[in-house]
Design a protein around this ligand. Structure first.
Ligand code: NAD
Ligand code: IPM
Ligand code: MN
Length: 348
C-alpha cells in the first residue's frame, strides 16, 4: 500500500524549512519507495483569513488518510494567544495519541558543543518526552488576582512513555534517567515514580534512576556523557530538550519525532524540528533547515526506510563537516543554500 505523508508547513520559518525537505521526499520516491505526499496548509494565515483552525474533516483526513505528518512550526505574533497552535499542533499530538516524543541530542560538530572538556562524539542523549498531557491538558482558570493551571497525568500515557524509554535504553545498552519533581508535585510525579518502579523490575538490566529535574539540569551541563535516555513529562521534557538543543548547535539543529506506540489510528507519527516559527528570522532566508532534515530522517526510519534515513543523516553530517553553515552556526549560507548543500550530498 502507498505510504502517505501529510505535510503541514505552518507559520514563520516553518514553510521555509519544510520547502527544503520536500525534494528529499521525491528522492525517496525515486529510489523506489511507494510514497505520496500532500500539502495541508493549516496555520495562522488560514486562521486569520477564514477563522478555521483545523476543521473536523481536515483532522479526520490526517488521522485516517496519512501514515505520518511532516510538520514545520506554528506560532504567529498576529495570534498572540496562540489558539491556532493549540488547535493544530497540540491537538494533533493529543488526539492522535502521539504519547512519545523523542528528541535526540547527538552533536555532529566539535564546535557545536559549548562544554569544556567534552568531545562531541561522547554525547548521545535522547529525551523521551510525554507528549499529550501534564499541563498541556490546557485546563485552568484566570480570574482577577488568581490563576491556575491544571496538570493531568494518566497511568496509560505515563506507562506508554516509560515503556518506550526503557525499551530504547535496553536496545542502546545505555542508562535511563527519569526527570521529576515528585518532592513537590506529589500527585502527578508521584504517579510517574510508581509506574517507573513497576517497570524497573521488568528491566533489571537497564541502569535506571529517577532524578530531581533541577539537579539533572546542573549535572547535564557539568557532564552530559553519562546520560543516555532521559524520560520526562511534557513540561520538563520541553525544557530539557531546548537545553540539549544548545549542545548540538542550537535551535536550528535539534530534531524530533512523536509517535503512538499502540498505533490507534492510521497516522502514527509526526516529525517536527524542536524549534518554533522564529518570527525574527521569517521571510529572510536565515533559518537553519538542519533540524527539519534530521526530523525527516527520523520519520523515514519510523516508516521502516532505514537506508534512506541513514543516507539523509549522513548527508547532513557531511555538509556540516565540510563547512556548510547558516548564520546561527557561524556561517553565511541562507536556508535555501544550506538545504541545497545537504541535498547535494545525498547519493543518487
Ligand atoms: P523559536 O524556536 O521560534 O526561536 C527561539 C530562538 O531560536 C530565536 O532566536 C530564533 O531565531 C532561533 N531559531 C529558531 N529556529 C531556528 C532555526 N531553524 N535556525 C536558526 N535559528 C533558529 O522559539 P520562540 O521564539 O520561543 O517562539 C516563537 C514562536 O514559535 C512562538 O509563537 C512559539 O509558541 C512558537 N513555537 C512553536 C513550536 C512548534 O511549532 N513546534 C516550537 C517552539 C515555539
Ligand atoms: C515545542 C514547543 C511547543 C511545546 C509549543 C509551541 C506549544 O515549544 O514543540 O517544543 O511547548 O511543546
Ligand atoms: Mn519547546
Amino acid at each position: 500500500m502507498t505510504t502517505r505523508l501529510a505535510v503541514i508547513p505552518g507559520d514563520g520559518i516553518g514553510p521555509e524549512v519544510v520547502a527544503e525537505v520536500l525534494p528529499v521526499l521525491d528522492w525517496v520516491r525515486a529510489r523506489g519507495r511507494d510514497l505520496a505526499w500532500g500539502l495541508h496548509p493549516w496555520g495562522a494565515e488560514r486562521f486569520l483569513a477564514t477563522g478555521e483552525i483545523l476543521p473536523e474533516a481536515a483532522f479526520g483526513a490526517l488521522r485516517d488518510g496519512a501514515d505520518g505528518i511532516l510538520f514545520g512550526a506554528v506560532g504567529d505574533p498576529r495570534v498572540p494567544d496562540g489558539r491556532h497552535a493549540e488547535g493544530i499542533l497540540l491537538r494533533l499530538r493529543r488526539d492522535l495519541e502521539l504519547a512519545v516524543n523523542c528528541r535526540p541530542c547527538r552533536p555532529l560538530q566539535e564546535a557545536h558543543l559549548p562544554l569544556k572538556g567534552v568531545a562531541a562524539g561522547q554525547v548521545w542523549i535522547e529525551v523521551f518526552r510525554e507528549n499529550t498531557e501534564g499541563p498541556y491538558c490546557l485546563k485552568g482558570t484566570s480570574e482577577p488576582g488568581r490563576a491556575t493551571d491544571f496538570a493531568e497525568h494518566t497511568e496509560a500515557a505515563v506507562r506508554r512513555l516509560l515503556e518506550a524509554a526503557f525499551a530504547r535504553a535496553a536496545a542502546r545498552g545505555c542508562a535511563l534517567t527519569v526527570a521529576h519533581k515528585a518532592n513537590v508535585l506529589k500527585h502527578g510525579h508521584g504517579l510517574w515514580m510508581r509506574v517507573f518502579e513497576d517497570l524497573r523490575t521488568l528491566h533489571p538490566a537497564v541502569p535506571a534512576r529517577g532524578m530531581h529535574a533541577d539537579a539533572l539540569l546542573c549535572a547535564l551541563v557539568q557532564d552530559p556523557r553519562p546520560f543516555g535516555v532521559i524520560a520526562a513529562d511534557n513540561y520538563l521534557g520541553d525544557l530539557i530538550s531546548d537545553l540539549l538543543a544548545a549542545f548540538q548547535g542550537g535551535m536550528g539543529v535539534a530534531p524530533s519525532l512523536s509517535w503512538a506506540p499502540h498505533r490507534p489510528f492510521r497516522c502514527t507519527a509526526l516529525a517536527e524540528p524542536v524549534h518554533g516559527s522564529a518570527p525574527d528570522l521569517a521571510g529572510r532566508d536565515l533559518a537553519n533547515p538542519t533540524g527539519m532534515f534530521l526530523s525527516t530522517a527520523l520519520l523515514l526510519r519510523h516508516l521502516g526506510w532505514e537506508p534512506e534515513a541513514m543516507a539523509l543523516e549522513a548527508a547532513v553530517a557531511a555538509a556540516l563537516r565540510e563547512g556548510a553553515a547558516t548564520p546561527d552556526l557561524g556561517g553565511t549560507l541562507g536556508t535555501r543554500a544550506m538545504g541545497a548543500a545537504i541535498r547535494s550530498r545525498l547519493e543518487t
